[in-house]
Design a protein. Structure first.
Length: 305
């Protein structure tokens, strides 16, 4: 544990970044094509456990981690979904902190590739309110899932997922909001399959959110994460830097972040890269700081050429 803390201090010093120091962040980002955001899921235990209040997310991201972009998770706001006053307060607090609302991750709203036509349409409509949230908060996207309930051949499932995504994206386009899909288990964690779904939808505001770590297709089947990210990057409107565990040198043990970010760079992507810590061995705050420090180090290394 001590060695990891030493890594945090040494990394920050080495690239001129004090964790939580906003002036240093601005200096580091000046020539970088990427900005770091914080996925709210990184603190899911604290939010579910009522140790943190979701209304304070923007303040937490800035004050505790020096991060100026936030990725909301709808699960923490489900009981406030129709509460306009709450939504106004959430925006007020983010704006007051000078924090950008980047996207909303939407789960539990039904399968957009459901084999039942009526249920699939209902799933589409269940997301409408989150599009309203995204528009009001200033987000560029809602993140959804290409769920199909596992029914049918891969091609049949792709056709249904594309149908639901197309309908939702057409609706979202009226509000100038993107609908982006994360590799999130099952067939969606097959990079080639999800890329194929994107081609079927064929709409400018429908894209992907490549996640560095979500490539488990089934119990005993894992897709190559580097191949998957490379396949999804042509459609990317966001990137999720998923982390779980770190070694004493501060490197993520499952994913080569430098290799991943070079794939991201090669695709010409410029924009937000979300810190999403999902490990269980370290406290959430430490996992977030290690992930952020690693990204900062990788960004600096890539900048050097």
């Amino acid at each position: 544990m001590l060695q990891r803390r030493e890594f945090l201090r040494s990394t920050a010093a080495g690239i001129g970044l004090a964790i939580g120091g906003l002036p240093a962040i601005a200096a580091l980002r000046k020539d970088s094509p990427w900005k770091i955001s914080l996925a709210q899921w990184s603190l899911h235990s604290a939010f579910f456990g009522k140790k943190l209040d979701p209304i304070d997310f923007a303040k937490i991201a800035k004050a505790d981690y020096g991060i100026l972009g936030v990725e909301y998770v709808n699960q923490f706001y489900k009981d406030k979904k129709k509460d306009d006053d709450y939504l106004k307060e959430l925006k007020k607090r983010a704006d007051g902190e000078g924090v950008t609302s980047v996207l909303i991750m939407c789960d539990g709203e039904g399968a957009l590739g459901d084999p039942d036509d009526k249920k699939r349409q209902q799933a589409v409509e269940n997301h409408y309110r989150w599009i309203e949230w995204a528009k009001f908060l200033g987000c560029h996207s809602i993140r959804v899932n290409a769920q199909t309930n596992g029914v049918g051949t891969p091609d049949e499932q792709a056709a249904r997922a594309a149908d639901g995504l197309r309908k939702l994206s057409e609706h979202a386009a009226r509000s100038d909001i993107n609908v982006i899909v994360e590799n999130h288990g099952g067939l969606s964690s097959n990079g080639a399959w999800l890329a194929g779904v994107m081609k079927k939808v064929d709409l400018k505001n429908c894209g992907t959110l490549p996640d560095f770590g979500n490539f488990r297709i089934g119990k005993d089947q894992v897709y190559d994460r580097y191949k998957g990210v490379q396949e999804l990057m042509p459609f990317a409107k966001g990137v999720s830097a998923k982390s779980h565990d770190f070694n004493d040198a501060g490197q993520e043990v499952n994913t080569d972040f430098l290799k991943m970010m070079k794939i991201v760079e090669a695709a010409g992507y410029k924009g937000w890269v979300g810190v999403e810590y999902e490990g269980k061995k370290l406290p959430e705050p430490e996992g977030i700081k290690l992930t952020k420090a690693l990204l900062d180090k990788v960004f600096a290394e890539i900048a050097k050429g």
